[in-house]
Design a protein around this ligand. Structure first.
Ligand code: TPP
Length: 669
């Protein structure tokens, strides 16, 4: 660990003259916007204004007039409550859509300046942050993405840093451990964390809760570290310059005073998340030597900031020249635009035809593996991985090499036992652009990924979660490993496509849909146990409808059996038994509720046939199924946790059988 003090390791000509005023402009905008909104967090932006000024005016490679420039440095405000820091920086450096009006409308309906930074609301917001720790873990994913895309396209097109500001809260969160451990292992040397080391969180001093030596913690995970006075711009600059030379990821612990400049409140939790009040703001203006009215930035200061925003224009031009001269240009542009390669479905269609002809019995996790063998070969930007369950999740395709700290040309990541870190890193991979991440664990551990899955959905990112061992069907590992409430919990997340395919054909279809879903993440719930091939008709991707009639009734329909995944075969068996009893039933396979909801009412009616008796079958809790079951119908599934036993005994014990379906029908018809 180095204690860095001011040292001229960088070009002093680049140091803006009025950097104190530049930092104070951030402070003033933060104080004033929070005061006007009567809510928000002034303390962190005021405390980190000096650090951010150094970063944005001397180091960060970015161009507000080309916010989507592929080779820009990524900046992530992990301590998202300090959103005014980011909004102020975007406004001051000249992002067109971050007007002063937006700053004045901080936290108001339809403004770009939401309470916490939201991806897509304004250019320059690289990810949605607010849930502490997520941004740091996203930044790890972005830094990993940079290395992966660099390995494919070279330094000429991809050579940038990822910076993130994280606070005490981010570093207390468990996900920070997984993230920094992964980054240390992969030696993501172009990742630089600026720790807002102010020793204050909401409840007061961090002495109340945390004795960790964060610097030592990062060192233990293989990071370079430094401690600096976060209000000494030259010390901060020297530390960043040194970090950029490191062959490891770097932590710079910036000792700061929260609410810096507010004479009576600085250094206390009172500045964390409440307006300072008119009196204290007036006192702060006095103390900072900032005599200007609210929301007014003097021309000279604004000019200095706008000059900072133009620093990289030559670099952009030079990069553009390299892109135009590159023989990889078309592929690079396609991948960065998130478009799939031409003809990617051809091999998939051949695979489906082969499966329909051979009709093998396979666990859908194996069906997924076989689909991946086809897809990963056709779509090199797919980046797979698993949280230490590669052989169980069947996530590694034949063509995929393993990514190592020394070689990022592979496309498979061993994430280690770090489900949460994996999910958050996948968000970073997707947000960076140029890659399509997917990663696996057991469905029961989707809970360990949930905060990041929720953010994939909120941000509309194409991340694919491969979640195997999706029910009591996994057998002997028992109730600790048997998900029962997870499908319901996942279906409750808006903008997440939850797929539960019934056989290999549906698995291939669901993968196809997941890759086509550019604005929503997908989760595939896959079985451990073998399932017969049920579908022969491959003329159309029927899973795209969310639900469809897999086996029609052979006379006027009396009963509609609705099932997903492994229970579709039970529904088909029940249909036969009912037929023998003279009861006419149709079987509906419902691999994706969300897509079915999007279908027009006439299609939904055709599939569900209102007025018939509805029986739903799924080896999970009934929560939510009432939506598809008309009154008088029934649900065959779980009502409790599972148990440890062979699968054949479990389905009987929990009464998820064709006979139970028949009985439910007969007592109701
Ligand atoms: C996962 C999560 N838990 C709780 C919160 C609520 N929260 C927002 S900021 C904060 C304290 C953060 O402390 P620190 O990072 O030191 O920020 P500072 O006080 O320095 O601004 C908490 C608990 C949150 N945003 N995310």
């Amino acid at each position: 660990m180095d204690v860095v003090t001011s040292s001229p390791t960088q070009d002093n000509s680049a140091i803006p003259e009025n950097q104190q005023d530049m930092a104070n402009a951030i402070r003033a905008l933060a104080m004033d916007a929070v005061q006007k909104a009567n809510s928000g967090h002034p303390g962190m932006p005021m405390g980190m204004a000096d650090v951010a000024t150094v970063l944005f005016s001397r180091f960060l490679k970015f161009d507000p007039s080309r916010p989507d420039w592929a080779d820009r440095d990524r900046f992530v405000l992990s301590a998202g409550h300090g959103s005014m820091l980011l909004y102020a920086l975007l406004h001051l450096t000249g992002y067109e859509d971050m007007t002063l009006e937006e700053i004045r409308n901080f936290r108001q309906l339809d403004s770009r300046t939401a309470g916490h930074p939201e991806y897509g609301h304004a250019k320059g917001i690289e990810t949605t942050t607010g849930p502490l720790g997520q941004g740091l873990a996203n930044a790890v994913g972005m830094a990993l993405a940079e290395r992966l895309v660099n390995a494919r396209f070279g330094d000429g097109l991809v050579d940038h840093h990822t910076y993130t500001i994280a606070g005490d809260g981010c570093l207390m969160e468990g996900v920070s451990h997984e993230a920094i451990s992964l980054a240390g292992h992969l030696r993501l040397s172009k990742l630089i964390v600026l720790f807002d080391d102010n020793s204050i969180s909401i409840d007061g001093s961090t002495d109340l809760t945390c004795d960790d030596d964060q610097v030592k913690r990062f060192e233990a995970s293989g990071w370079d570290t430094a401690r600096v006075d976060g209000h000494d711009p030259e010390a901060v600059a020297a530390a960043i310059a040194a970090a950029r030379e490191s062959d490891k990821p770097s932590l710079i612990a910036c000792k700061t005073t929260i609410g810096y400049g507010a004479p009576n409140k600085q250094g206390t939790a009172a500045t964390h998340g409440a307006p300072l009040g008119d009196e204290e703001i007036a006192a702060a203006r006095e103390a900072l030597g900032w005599p200007y009215p609210p929301f007014e930035i003097p021309e000279a200061v604004l000019n200095a900031w706008r000059a900072a925003g133009r620093r990289s224009q030559d670099a952009v031009k030079a990069w553009q020249g390299r892109l135009e001269a590159s023989d990889q240009r078309a592929v690079f542009e396609r991948q960065m635009a998130g478009k799939l390669p031409e003809g990617w479905q051809d091999a998939l269609a051949a695979f489906k035809a082969e499966i329909a002809a051979e009709a093998p019995s396979l666990a859908t996790r194996v069906s997924s593996q076989k689909t991946l063998d086809v897809l990963a070969a056709a779509i090199p930007e797919m980046i797979g991985g698993s949280a230490d369950l590669t052989g169980s999740n069947n996530t590694k395709a034949k063509s995929q090499g393993v990514v190592t700290p020394d070689d990022f040309s592979g496309s498979y990541i061993h994430y280690g036992v770090r489900e949460h870190g994996m999910a958050a890193a996948m968000n970073g991979l997707a947000l960076h652009g140029g890659l399509i991440p997917y990663g696996g664990t057991f469905l029961v551990f989707s809970d360990y990924c949930r905060p990041s899955i929720r953010l994939s959905a909120l941000m509309g990112q194409r991340v694919v979660y491969v979640m195997t061992h999706d029910s009591i069907g996994l057998g002997e590992d028992g109730p600790t490993h048997q998900p029962v409430e997870h499908l319901a919990a996942l279906r409750a997340i808006p903008n997440l496509l939850v797929f539960r395919p019934a056989d290999t054909i549906e698995t291939a279809e669901c993968w196809e849909l997941a890759l086509q879903s550019e604005d929503a993440p997908s989760l595939l719930a896959l079985t451990r146990q073998g399932l017969p091939t049920l579908r022969k008709d491959i003329s159309e991707n029927l899973s795209a409808y969310g639900a469809y009639i897999m086996a029609p009734a052979d006379s006027e329909r009396q009963v509609t059996l609705i099932a997903s995944g492994s229970e579709v075969q039970i529904a088909l068996e029940a249909q036969k038994l009912l037929r023998a009893e003279g009861i006419s039933a149709a079987v509906v396979s419902m691999p994706c509720w969300e897509l079915f909801e999007q279908q027009p009412p006439h299609y939904r009616d055709e599939v569900l046939s209102p007025g018939t008796l509805h029986i739903a079958i799924e080896a999970a809790m009934p929560f939510g199924w009432e939506r598809w079951i008309e009154s008088g119908g029934a649900f065959i599934g779980m009502r409790s946790f599972g148990a440890s036993a062979p699968i054949k005994d479990l389905y009987k014990k929990f009464n998820i059988t064709a006979e139970a379906v028949v009985e439910a029908v007969k007592t109701r018809i």
